[in-house]
Design a binder for this molecule. Structure first.
Ligand code: B12
Ligand code: SF4
Ligand code: SF4
Length: 372
């Protein structure tokens, strides 16, 4: 076996021994296909809009000759009970960023044992390089119409990561799309965010549940019972049917949603499975905001006492969503409660929300002159 082939094989073997389900090698040439696709695409606030940086590995490591693409499956069948709130599977186990970094570090230590002059840079959702495009170039799968990277054996419940290196390795061949005439992800997307191979990130529920600003009326309605993320385009994909499940205990789904519990979370009473989940990066306030919206959309009477209590929350942003959720219960008692709260409320944003709730419910006008 020639030297480069041998080196490539040894590295792949080590990656599998560490536990990665998939490993492949991408060439370090700029990603031309992605470059032209990205020029036509809307990008989200979660990634730079510098297309060169997104598609040129040398901008990340000038000496780069190859990219080792890696993936872990997080597919699971361990969720069997109905829950009030929807939490995406990827956020129910340990934060994949940490698991990936630790496992990639093991591989980097091995790479360093092979050569003194080695240079590396590792990313998993952490850099301005496209993880899916790297995985596609390295033959780990194809990017489907859902935008997810799909492997024929493991499906698309995959976490992706990559190590850029100056080692000259043998690249694998990209896989062409096997979506064929299927359109299931496009037809079932609850936010109509997908159009063949393209995603409108601002419509995607996964994005809306993570977005910081005040959400529009439409976004709140669309969120439904989604506390975090959305898995519909994964759930309906035929390539996720006959796949291996529960391969890594780190990703077993241990986190369950309980609306009332979340509203009571504080830094010092937070269960470890919440602290260690990938959904925690946006902080407690975003989770509470989403929970209040979920309550409004689910509309169960049993939520009313919790919501009334939340009108005393010190955060004006959370009071805005509390008012909105209460407004979903078109009851005389709620109208009177919001009416009297309006005159105690000091924050203009919350007052404006109460005015909007009065308008939407045809409860008459409410304003600082005290008429309604
Ligand atoms: C920002 C971001 C998001 C944003 C925006 C995603 C987007 N597609 O624009 C939001 C919050 C919506 C999101 C949601 C999700 N994300 Co995300 N996200 C990212 C992040 C940080 C950047 C992705 C990005 O903006 N890419 C820009 C877009 C334009 O590129 P792309 O998605 O690769 O799209 C390619 C194709 O569309 C293709 N293409 C475009 N046009 C055309 C036309 C044709 C004809 C063809 C063939 C191809 C093609 O070219 C593009 C470039 O390769 C990456 C991590 C990273 N650094 O890469 C994770 C990442 C993509 N996310 C991931 C995951 C798991 C998710 C969710 C499943 C989470 C969830 N359950 O809620 C959803 C899936 C939503 C979906 N259908 O894409 C994984 C993907 C795993 C996989 N198997 O694909 C990643 C790689 C994180 C990781 N390291 O594991 N995400
Ligand atoms: S994650 Fe949900 S909202 Fe986003 S594209 Fe997939 S199905 Fe649509
Ligand atoms: S649901 Fe169908 S179209 Fe969508 S990614 Fe899966 S195979 Fe492709």
């Amino acid at each position: 076996m020639r030297e480069r082939e041998k080196l490539t094989e040894i590295i792949k073997e080590k990656a599998r021994e560490i536990g990665f389900d998939l490993v492949g090698i991408a060439s370090a040439e700029p990603f031309q296909r992605a470059y032209s696709n990205l020029q036509k695409r809307k990008l989200s606030e979660f990634i730079t809009n510098d297309i060169d940086l997104l598609t040129d590995p040398a901008r990340h490591l000038p000496s780069v000759k190859s990219i080792i693409a890696l993936a872990f499956s997080y597919a699971s069948k361990r969720i069997d009970k109905e829950e009030e709130q929807f939490i995406s599977l990827y956020a129910r186990g340990k934060d994949y960023h940490q698991v990936m970094q630790a496992k990639m570090q093991e591989l980097i230590i091995f790479l360093k044992s092979l050569s003194k002059d080695i240079e590396v840079k590792a990313y998993s959702d952490t850099g301005a390089l496209l993880d899916r495009e790297v995985a596609y170039q390295a033959g780990l799968g194809w990017i489907g119409k859902s935008n997810n990277l799909i492997n024929p054996e493991y499906g698309s419940y995959l976490f992706l990561g990559e190590i850029l290196t100056n080692l000259p390795l043998i690249p694998d061949k990209p896989m062409s799309s096997r979506c064929g005439n299927c359109q299931l992800c496009i037809e079932n997307c609850p936010a109509q965010a997908l159009e063949s191979y393209c995603l409108d990130p601002e419509r995607c529920l996964s994005y809306i549940t993570q977005k910081k600003d005040i959400l529009s009326e439409k976004e709140r309605e669309q969120m439904g019972n989604h506390l975090w993320g959305c898995d519909t385009c994964l759930q309906v994909c035929p390539y996720n049917r006959d796949i291996p499940y529960d391969l890594h205990p780190e990703f077993y789904p241990v986190l369950n949603g309980d609306i009332k519990e979340i509203l009571d979370f504080k830094k010092d009473n937070l269960p470890p499975e919440w602290r260690e989940s990938a959904l925690f990066w946006r902080g407690l306030r975003t989770l509470k905001r989403n929970t209040l919206i979920n309550m409004g959309n689910l509309g169960k009477e049993e939520y009313i006492p919790f919501l009334i209590d939340y009108l005393k929350n010190p955060s004006p942003v959370l009071r805005v969503y509390t008012v909105w959720a209460l407004g979903k219960f078109s009851k005389e008692g709620i109208k009177n409660l919001l009416y009297s709260h309006y005159y105690k409320e000091k924050d203009n944003m919350v007052k404006k929300e109460i005015e909007d709730v009065f308008k939407i419910n045809n409860w008459g006008e409410i304003n600082d002159q005290g008429k309604y």
